[in-house]
Unconditional design. Structure first.
Length: 276
């Protein structure tokens, strides 16, 4: 065989080895992802606690309307008492800052991807005009390998529909999936990188669409990494009561600030054109 022919064979062999390695890695990641989906959330079931009500009803004035959309974190899965859910904690915090009652309405659904935001909004009556809406979504997009562009497109559509209703919108960007200890390596590192990419894209899209964006990765991610026993519920994936308290505290300045009740935090990106 000529030298040129030998080079071609060697090149083809090397290319074949690379392709084979990629296939092996892909199979391993697929199996790990399937395992992660089996263990995540199952100890807690599929239903979060019902927390919709008027919070701090003894305060004066008409209740502010708070809407919560998104996935299991938005729904409050993992909280053992209704007052510990994300929506309830934000509602109570907003009521304390505004000195007015807050009526909570939750349409977030456990297991939702960003594509589910459309259906969640479709459930709302045409006459319903929330003062502020909070969206937390993205983790399931990562575990189901939804393209970032697709996820962001659904988020942008949801923000636009809410803004049409005259609603202020706060987006809690995708949490750091690298904090999930039950997820094996290398899937955990890959999840961390992919969730960071999605979170950055969500923030850019949110502010461009007229919403506030809060980086949950930066605001509360370090707590979940350094204090996993306290911050996670029994499934080691969804927040505990303390985890939801920290997450609500991170979102609250943007929620209240969007309505003129205080200043936002350093973790908040403002809507484009809003210099407050």
């Amino acid at each position: 065989m000529s030298r040129a022919g030998t080079g071609v064979v060697v090149g083809m062999t090397a290319a074949g080895a690379v392709v084979s390695s990629m296939v092996v890695v892909r199979i391993a990641l697929t199996r790990q992802a399937a395992y992660a989906r089996r263990v995540i959330g199952k100890p807690l079931g599929e239903d979060a606690l019902e927390a919709d009500r008027v919070w701090r009803r003894k305060l004066d004035g008409e209740p502010l309307e708070l809407l919560i959309l998104g996935d299991s974190i938005a729904a409050g899965l993992g909280a053992t008492r209704r007052k510990e859910t994300l929506g309830a904690r934000i509602a109570k915090g907003l009521a304390n800052r505004a000195r007015r009652p807050v009526r909570l309405r939750t349409v977030a659904v456990v297991g939702s991807e960003s594509s589910a935001l459309r259906e969640q909004l479709d459930e709302l009556p045409d006459e319903y005009e929330p003062d502020v809406a909070v969206i937390v979504v993205g983790g399931n997009d990562i575990t189901h390998r939804v393209p970032v562009s697709t996820s962001v497109s659904h988020l942008t559509e949801a923000i636009a529909r809410l803004r049409t209703r005259g609603t202020q919108v706060v987006v809690g960007t995708c949490p750091d999936l690298g904090a999930l200890r039950p997820v094996p390596q290398p899937l955990r590192s890959l999840g961390s990188r992919m969730s960071r990419q999605l979170a950055l894209a969500q923030a850019d899209a949110a502010v461009a669409a007229g919403a506030y964006a809060v980086s949950l990765r930066h605001a509360v991610g370090p707590f979940f990494i350094s204090q996993p026993d306290e911050m996670f519920s029994l499934d080691r994936f969804h927040p505990s009561a303390l985890g939801y308290r920290r997450t609500a505290e991170a979102l609250l300045p943007a929620v209240a600030g969007s309505l003129g009740f205080g200043r936002t935090s350093a973790a908040t990106r403002h809507p484009r054109g809003d210099a407050s």
